[in-house]
Each structure stands twice: as C-alpha cells, then as structure tokens.
Ligand binder design. Structure first.
Ligand SMILES: CC(C)(COP(=O)(O)OP(=O)(O)OC[C@H]1O[C@@H](n2cnc3c(N)ncnc32)[C@H](O)[C@@H]1OP(=O)(O)O)[C@@H](O)C(=O)NCCC(=O)NCCS
Length: 165
C-alpha cells in the first residue's frame, strides 16, 4: 500500500494511512463492530482533522486490522481498533497498538487514553497486556440495541512508564 510499510518475518505489515483510505477503514471497522458502523465519509472527515492518524495492518498485502488515534497537545487518545473475527488472536491488534504507541512516543506524547466497554474482555485483555491502567469510569456510555447501556472504563498509559518497564 505505502512505501513506509514495516513488514515483519510473519508477513504482517503496519502501514500509516490517511483520508484516501477512509472507505477501506470504514469497511474494516464494520467487520469488527456491531454498532451500526462509521461511514466512509465520517472516517474521511475524522482523518481530515488535525492530529488524527490511522494505521492499517496487512497480511500478505491484504487489510487485516486498523487503529485510529488523535493527538492533542502532549496527550493522545486511541479512538478505535479492530481486527476482523477470522483473524483474531494472531497478534495483529497487539502489533497495531505497539506501532501506534511507538509513533506517539517518538512524537513526544506523554500519555495515551482510551475508553473500553466493561464487558469487552478481549479488548480489556489487550490493553492490560500493554500495561494500560484504569483512570475512571463513564456510566452507561455505550448504547446497546437491547438492554441497558454499557459502562466504559477510561484507561491510560504513560509512555515514559511504558518505555522504562
Ligand atoms: C480486541 C481486538 C482488537 C483484539 O484483536 P486481536 O488481533 O485478536 O488481538 P491480539 O491477537 O493482538 O491479542 C493481543 C493480546 O490481547 C489479549 N487478548 C486479545 N483477545 C483476547 C481474548 N479474546 N481473550 C483473552 N485475551 C485476549 C491477549 O493478552 C493477547 O495476547 P496473547 O495472544 O499473547 O495472549 C479484537 O478482538 C476486536 O477487533 N474486537 C472487536 C472490536 C473491539 O472491541 N475493539 C476494541 C474497542 S475498545
């Protein structure tokens, strides 16, 4: 996709991308989430916002996951991350998250925040594996098609702490 892609020995590459690949990211995201999806237009608008970035994972040249984030001053937020169901538990999200954290650390970002549903065991385990810690709770944050809304946990990671761990 882009000449900046970083390929590992397992054939997984992480590629920095932007608004030109909004439709691809929207399609990947729709495979990963059942929240009604983000349109290609909304992803393009998001990626046109200053400070926003996107990385895509590729396996054998095919899209295999994504991560979206946003920088504000010396802090950053992970906005969304997903890997299609058939490709999960292969280390793709971990590689995407590591690449994003490396990028943010190199840019001098001190702390990264994100929100995760309290019942999202896979994502909570992913973030715990990268030493994110709880920084708060937002009651009834994620609306559900049926049943009560789900609380979100706010997690954060100090990049200086992560680098020295
Ligand atoms: C969460 C998600 C991105 C993980 O993607 P993945 O590629 O399967 O994750 P990885 O294989 O890189 O896992 C990295 C680590 O996370 C943890 N983990 C990931 N999925 C897990 C699961 N289902 N159960 C337990 N631990 C899990 C493990 O510690 C794992 O390391 P290990 O495989 O060495 O044990 C994926 O399940 C997904 O797309 N879910 C739907 C979208 C979503 O919820 N996104 C997060 C919103 S906050």
């Amino acid at each position: 996709m882009a000449p900046s892609s970083r390929e590992g020995t397992d054939g997984l590459a992480v590629v920095e991308t932007g608004p030109a690949h909004a439709a691809l990211i929207a399609a990947l995201r729709a495979e990963c989430f059942d929240d009604g999806g983000w349109s290609a237009e909304s992803v393009a608008a998001l990626l046109g916002t200053p400070g926003t970035f996107a990385l895509i994972a590729e396996v054998a040249g095919k899209p295999a996951g994504f991560i979206l984030g946003r920088v504000a001053a010396d802090e950053a937020e992970i906005l969304s991350i997903g890997v299609p169901p058939a490709l999960r538990r292969g280390g793709i999200a971990g590689r995407l998250l590591d690449a994003a954290l490396t990028r943010l650390g190199a840019a001098g970002i001190g702390r990264v925040f994100l929100e995760v549903g309290v019942n999202n065991g896979a994502a909570r385990a992913l973030y715990a594996s990268r030493r994110f810690k709880s920084a708060g709770r937002r009651p009834a944050y994620y609306a559900k098609p049926a049943g009560p809304a789900e609380d979100a946990l706010v997690l954060s990671l100090g990049l200086a702490d992560a680098a020295s761990a």
